[in-house]
Design a protein around this ligand. Structure first.
Ligand code: GLN
Length: 487
C-alpha cells in the first residue's frame, strides 16, 4: 500500500480502524526516503530511530484503546532550523554542525504532541538565507521534477520532500518567500501565515520581525489540519498572537467563489515575468472568473521598493541575530586561537558560509551610526507605506492573486555567482513579508519543460481561513496538486 497518497485525516482513520499500524506506515516512509532521497538530497538527517520509537509508542496507545492525537501516524519532515530536542539541528550551516538542542521549538512540539512522526530534518540555505538551497553549508537539494534544477529556497528540502511524497507534510519558514517560492518551484502547496500566528520560539532567528513558521503539504485540507494545531499564543514568544483560532478545517468551504473579488496587482504582471508563468497564472484567475469571481486590476505602487526595503531591514536584523554564534555556546569551535577576539573571528571566519557573512556586512553597514537614518530608518518608513498599500487594496477586494516567482526553477549553479540576481528573484514574495499579511501558495500547472508553476492568494491580517477556503475550492476543481514527479 502506498501510504504517501493518504491525507492526514485518512491516515489517522486507517490507524483507528486497525487497517495498518503506525510502525508499518513509518517503515514504508523510511524505505521510501532511503530509496529516493539519495537522488534529491532533501534531508540532512534522517531520524529513523526516533520515528520508529514514536510509531511504537503510538501503536501501544492504539492497542490499549487510549486517545490518539489529531495527526496520529502522519509523517512530517522538519526544516533544519527548527530546534528538535536530542536531534541534531544545524540550520544548514557548518557553524552549528553537531549541535544537539536541549529543547524543542513550540511548533514542532505541538505537532509531536498530536502524534505526528518525524522522518527527518531538511536542507535549507544556512539560517534560511537564500532562495535555492545552494547556500547550504552541506549540499544543494535537487528539484524532484528535474534533478538539474534548484528546488527553490530557503525551505527547498521541505518542498522537495513534500513533492517527492517523502512525508505527508513538512515544516518551513517564510521570511521573504521561503515557503511560497520553493512550493511554487516544486509544485506543492505552502502557507505563509500572518506574522505572529505561529510561534517562532525555538527556531533559529533570521529576521525576527519577518520570520513566519508555516507548513507545506500537497493539499490545502492538510495544511488546514496542521495549522489548526500550530497556530496560537505561546508564552515563550511575545510576538505570537493571543486570540481565538478559528477551526480552519471546518471553514474550507465557507467562502462563496461567486461574487468573490480578486485583485490582480498590475505590478506583479509586468515585463519581468516569464510569459509561460504569466499565462498560467492568468488562466488561473480566469478559472476563478468562470466560477463567478470578479477580477479587478489593482495597484501596489511600492512593489519596486519592496526588494530594497527587504534587503536593508532583513540583513540588519540578521546582523544582530547572528552575534550569538561565537563558537562558545553552540556548534563547532576552533582550537587555533590565542585570545578571545581571534577565537570569535576564527570560528565565524571558518564556519560561517559566504552568504551569512555577506548579510552580516550589509546589515552592520545599514545600522552603523553614519548610515542608520539614510538606510534603516528610511526602509522602516517605506515598510509602513507598503503595509498600508496592502491593507488599502484588501479593503477593496477579498483576496489578491499573483505569481510566486517570476520564473520556474532554474539550473543549479546559474545564479550562484550573482547574489543580486538571486535577490531579484524574490520580487513577488518579499512585500508580503514586509507587510506581514498571510499568503497561500498553490500549484497551477507546468511550463513547456514540465517544471511546476505556482500562484499565491494573499489575504488581510489573520484571514488564513479565507485564503485556505479559496485555495481548497480551487483544488476541488483542478488536479495539479495530485501530480507527482517520476523518481
Ligand atoms: N530568498 C529570500 C532571502 O534570501 C527569502 C528567505 C526566507 O524567506 N527565509 O532572504
Amino acid at each position: 500500500m502506498d501510504y504517501s497518497t493518504f491525507s492526514i485525516l485518512q491516515i489517522r482513520q486507517l490507524l483507528l480502524d486497525k487497517k495498518v499500524t503506525a510502525l508499518e506506515i513509518t517503515n514504508f516512509f523510511i524505505d521510501r526516503v532511503k530509496n529516493i532521497d539519495p537522488k534529491i538530497n532533501a534531508f540532512i538527517t534522517i531520524t529513523e530511530k526516533e520515528a520508529i520509537k514514536q510509531a511504537e509508542i503510538l501503536d501501544v496507545k492504539i492497542n490499549r484503546g487510549e486517545k490518539i492525537g489529531k495527526l496520529a501516524g502522519s509523517i512530517m519532515a522538519v526544516k533544519d532550523i527548527y530546534l528538535t530536542k536530542d536531534i541534531q539541528t544545524t540550520s544548514s550551516s557548518q557553524v552549528l554542525k553537531g549541535y544537539i538542542p536541549q529543547y524543542s521549538s513550540t511548533v514542532y512540539q505541538k505537532l509531536i504532541n498530536e502524534d505526528a512522526i518525524i522522518i527527518g530534518k531538511t536542507n535549507t540555505d544556512p539560517f534560511a538565507f537564500g532562495g535555492s538551497t545552494e547556500n547550504s553549508g552541506f549540499f544543494t537539494t535537487k528539484n524532484p521534477w528535474n534533478l538539474d534544477m534548484v528546488p527553490g529556497g530557503s525551505s527547498g528540502g521541505s518542498a522537495a520532500a513534500t513533492a517527492a511524497n517523502l512525508c505527508h507534510f513538512a515544516l518551513g519558514t517564510d521570511t521573504g518567500g521561503s515557503i511560497r517560492q520553493p512550493a511554487s518551484l516544486c509544485g506543492v502547496s505552502g502557507l505563509k501565515p500572518t506574522y505572529g500566528l505561529n510561534s517562532r520560539y525555538g527556531i533559529t532567528s533570521m529576521a525576527s520581525s519577518f520570520d513566519c513558521p508555516g507548513v507545506f503539504a500537497r493539499t490545502v485540507a492538510d495544511i488546514a489540519t496542521v495549522t489548526q494545531i500550530t497556530a496560537g499564543h505561546d508564552p515563550h514568544d511575545a510576538t505570537s498572537i493571543d486570540q481565538t483560532i478559528p477551526d480552519y478545517t471546518q471553514l474550507l468551504d465557507s467562502i462563496n467563489l461567486s461574487g468573490l473579488k480578486i485583485g490582480l496587482p498590475k505590478e506583479y504582471f509586468s515585463s519581468a515575468i516569464n510569459s509561460e508563468v504569466k499565462d498560467k497564472v492568468m488562466e488561473t484567475a480566469k478559472l476563478f472568473e468562470s466560477k463567478g469571481a470578479i477580477l479587478k486590476e489593482v495597484s501596489l505602487p511600492s512593489t519596486d521598493l519592496g526588494l530594497a526595503v527587504y534587503y536593508i531591514l532583513v540583513p540588519s536584523e540578521i546582523s544582530a541575530n547572528m552575534a550569538r554564534y561565537d563558537g562558545i555556546r553552540f556548534g563547532q569551535t576552533v582550537s587555533n586561537s590565542t585570545d578571545i577576539i581571534s577565537y570569535y573571528m576564527n570560528t565565524r571566519g571558518q564556519f560561517m558560509e559566504p552568504e551569512i557573512k555577506r548579510r552580516i556586512l550589509i546589515g552592520t553597514y545599514a545600522l552603523s551610526s553614519g548610515y542608520y537614518d539614510a538606510y534603516y530608518t528610511k526602509a522602516a518608513k517605506v515598510r509602513t507605506l507598503i503595509k498600508k498599500e496592502f491593507t488599502d487594496v484588501l479593503s477593496e477586494v477579498d483576496v489578491i492573486l499573483t505569481p510566486c516567482s517570476p520564473t520556474t526553477a532554474w539550473k543549479i549553479g546559474d545564479k550562484c555567482d550573482n547574489p543580486l540576481e538571486m535577490y531579484l528573484a524574490d520580487i513577488y514574495t518579499v512585500c508580503i513579508n514586509v507587510a506581514g499579511v498571510p499568503s497561500l501558495a498553490l500549484p497551477c500547472g507546468f511550463d513547456s519543460q514540465k517544471l511546476p508553476i505556482g500562484f499565491q492568494l494573499i489575504g488581510n491580517f489573520f484571514e488564513e481561513a479565507k485564503i485556505m477556503s479559496v485555495g481548497h475550492q480551487y483544488q476541488q476543481i483542478t488536479s495539479f496538486h495530485t501530480e507527482v514527479p517520476n523518481l
